[in-house]
Design a protein around this ligand. Sequence first.
Ligand SMILES: C[S@@+](CC[C@H](N)C(=O)[O-])C[C@H]1O[C@@H](n2cnc3c(N)ncnc32)[C@H](O)[C@@H]1O
Length: 308
Amino acid sequence: MSKVLNSHQPVLLKEAMEALCANKGGKFLDCTFGGGGHTSAILDSSDENFVYAIDCDPQAKERANALQQKYAGRFAFCNINFTEADNMYLSPLDGILMDLGVSSFQLDDKARGFSFREHTKLDMRMDNSSGQTATEFLNTATKDELVEALRDFGEEENWKKITSLIIGNRGKDTLAYCDLFANLIAVNVSDRGKGRIHPATKTFQGIRIAINGELNALLKALPVLFEKLCLGGRLVVISFHSLEDRIVKQFFRRMAGQAVNRADNEPAQLKEKFAKILTTKPVVPGENEINLNPRSRSAKMRVLERIK
Ligand SMILES: C[S@@+](CC[C@H](N)C(=O)[O-])C[C@H]1O[C@@H](n2cnc3c(N)ncnc32)[C@H](O)[C@@H]1O
């Protein structure tokens, strides 16, 4: 079994608990259990709270088991993708939380293949019991799929060069191991002395988003989850990527009867309002939180309340 070095610091914890009104007592769904930081905080906020938690990572189940005794009768865990939440029988929920992306458990566990410093297999699946590994993706994806991963999901400006490098290295060890792949990028792509981040950071991010289908999962899950809220129930989403945040923002606007984007010309009086947006601007971590937990720096939290 691989070794996990760090635990996960829950992001925007106080803000998320306030947004969920967790101290009032109710039924909640945590769609991204991870290490259970937010789940535990909900359960600690009121003895009247019940939390259903989901995570697609098989290792999250072990961490959930550790909470079963402490919160006996108030906590249930399901090892599924949140796109399958439709199949769960859940009574109307007072609050739903999504804290998107990967956890520190996944990032710091060398064997999971997310870290470009390690000589381990390039995997990057959140659910490592099924689906394509990053290496399989790099060896088989079409050029368009690679471009989408690097340019769109990774926002990597050297996407053309890196796409060619990937295609030219197919079948080689350089696409099979984290450190070799990261090094391939580092030696061939100049970062023009721009940053403190490793030159492969954005490529790794884009590939991770692609192989885990992260944006499609969010698009698919939001309307299903919204239907599970009671009237007055809150949907709280913490995202870490501009494309994720855009999906959340547009979904919230649609549910609130607002124009989704500039191209949306439908007259306001024809739009139906199912929800109220409680965050005109996303809530972001303060300097203090970013200093204590640098991984929180790109977090954005949006909150929606069901009214119909
Ligand atoms: C940022 S972590 C959540 C951390 C958690 N809030 C905590 O405080 O410990 C995101 C978690 O969501 C899970 N996840 C991401 N996408 C998922 C999906 N589509 N379905 C189920 N779980 C998902 C990941 O496996 C990861 O464990």
